[in-house]
Design a binder for this molecule. Structure first.
Ligand SMILES: [Zn+2]
Length: 189
C-alpha cells in the first residue's frame, strides 16, 4: 500500500484524511475517514493530483466523465490535464443520467473519474448512464482506491493514484469500540 505517498501526505495536511475512530453515515465504524473536498478546495492541489495520475492512464482518452458530486471536480481537472472535455452524470429520480445537454460524441474514448473508490457503485452507475453505442469506456480513474481490490467495476480497469486500506466494521465487531476509543462523527464539528 501507499502509506508514505506524498499525495496521502497532502490529504492529511488538508484534513482530507483523518485517522481515529469514526461513525460513518452508513452506521459502520472505521479507522480512517476521507473527505476529498478538503484537498480539492485548493485548485492548485487538485491540478497537481490529477496531473500525477496522467502517466498511469491509457492513451487516446478524449472525454472524461465523473459521477456527481464526488466526481465533478476530479473529472474536470483530469480533463484539463489531458486537454479534453469533462462531463458529469447526476442522480435524478433514483437513477444516474447525463443531463444539462451533455452529449457523448460517437466513438468517444471515455475515462470515468471519481475521487475515491470504495465499492465501485458510483462508477458503475455512471458507466450505465453512458450510451453503449457511442462511448467506448477505457477505464476508471480515482485519486484514492480504498477498496482493497474489492471494488466491482465489471470489466473496467481501475487506475488509482494511491491505494489505502480503510478498516470498517459493524459497531458490534469494532475493535476500536472494544479498545474503548472515543467515537467521532466526521463533519459534525
Ligand atoms: Zn467502533
Amino acid at each position: 500500500m501507499d502509506e508514505a505517498s506524498p499525495y496521502l501526505a497532502l490529504y492529511r495536511e488538508c484534513g482530507a484524511l483523518l485517522e481515529g475512530h469514526f461513525l460513518l453515515s452508513s452506521g459502520l465504524h472505521s479507522d480512517r475517514y476521507l473527505q476529498s473536498a478538503l484537498v480539492l478546495q485548493y485548485p492548485d492541489q487538485a491540478e497537481r493530483l490529477c496531473q500525477a495520475l496522467v502517466p498511469e492512464l491509457p492513451p487516446g482518452i478524449d472525454l472524461v466523465v465523473g459521477p456527481a458530486l464526488g466526481g465533478v471536480v476530479v473529472a474536470y481537472e483530469m480533463a484539463r490535464a489531458l486537454g479534453v472535455k469533462a462531463q458529469f452524470t447526476e442522480r435524478k429520480d433514483g437513477g444516474m443520467s447525463l443531463r444539462r445537454g451533455f452529449r457523448i460524441p460517437s466513438g468517444a474514448r471515455v475515462l470515468i473519474m471519481d475521487d475515491v473508490v470504495t465499492t465501485g457503485s458510483s462508477i458503475r452507475e455512471c458507466h450505465s448512464a453512458l450510451p453503449t453505442d457511442r462511448a467506448e469506456v477505457l477505464g476508471c480513474g480515482c485519486l484514492v482506491d480504498r477498496s482493497q481490490g474489492e471494488a466491482d467495476l465489471g470489466e473496467l480497469p481501475l487506475y488509482s493514484l494511491v491505494s489505502l486500506p480503510v478498516g470498517t466494521w459493524d459497531p458490534a465487531d469494532c475493535p476500536l469500540c472494544a479498545a474503548g476509543e472515543s467515537l467521532e462523527k466526521p463533519g459534525s464539528r
